[in-house]
Design a protein around this ligand. Sequence first.
Ligand SMILES: Nc1ncnc2c1ncn2[C@@H]1O[C@H](COP(=O)(O)OP(=O)(O)OP(=O)(O)O)[C@@H](O)[C@H]1O
Length: 255
Amino acid sequence: MIQFDKVTKKYGDKVALDELTLKIKSGAIFGFLGHNGAGKSTTLKSLVSIIEPTSGTITVDGLDLATQRHAVKEKIAYVPDIPDIFMQLTANEYWSLIIAAYSLDAEAVAARRQELLDLFEMAAHQYETLASFSHGMRQKTIIIGALLPDPDIWVLDEPLQGLDPQAAFDLKEMMKAHAAKGKTVIFSTHVLDTAQQLCDELAILKQGEMIYNGSVADLLAAHPQESLETIYLQMVGRQSAEGHLVADLNGEQHE
Ligand SMILES: Nc1ncnc2c1ncn2[C@@H]1O[C@H](COP(=O)(O)OP(=O)(O)OP(=O)(O)O)[C@@H](O)[C@H]1O
């Protein structure tokens, strides 16, 4: 179980995340939705310790992230939204780094590594540098690295962006398979069909505040004959380029 309790992140005066309180059950596929700048990446980066919240607490299986960071990090693997990291390394060197960082037995993960290489058609590219890869190939390299430790919690920030249709399909199947093993998958997306297909539960963020948290099934049941896309757009509302609400789908002015 992951618990956010009144987690706030401020950048100067800007409140990127405002007292986020929610629970994510083990074994769930949990999605974060929200317009650009809503606070999705801030939430995920807080969970994986890339940024430190201004206030509030995050606990993972009862471990406090602020004081037991190392123990929490061992449970988590993260796929960032921008995969432009370790560009000078070859894919193989990157995976070796992950194996060392998580203290994995290279022989024990060899079969898993090969399976992932074959699935993502990366075997022929393993000795090439990340700098020479396309966005999608870098994304696949990082996804393979994240899965090598078979993490209890797999966190992915907009993971489908830049993947070709086959890789996107395979990734979605992997996310389902990971959760089916009792592990937790947390991701952000702008692709509402994907959220509808995959998520057990979701949170919708709007300008740093959570405006919905619950199951996709409950949300759809409360709005019969509507898709997640139309429900989401009605909840979040249309916004001007400056971020002000201008109208909902019915054209009603809100601000
Ligand atoms: N390093 C930073 N310095 C200042 N402001 C930041 C920083 N990182 C994020 N922000 C601000 O925090 C808010 C939330 O950003 P965040 O990246 O979490 O949004 P997001 O929901 O992931 O958006 P997107 O869908 O565009 O990726 C935005 O207003 C953003 O401008």
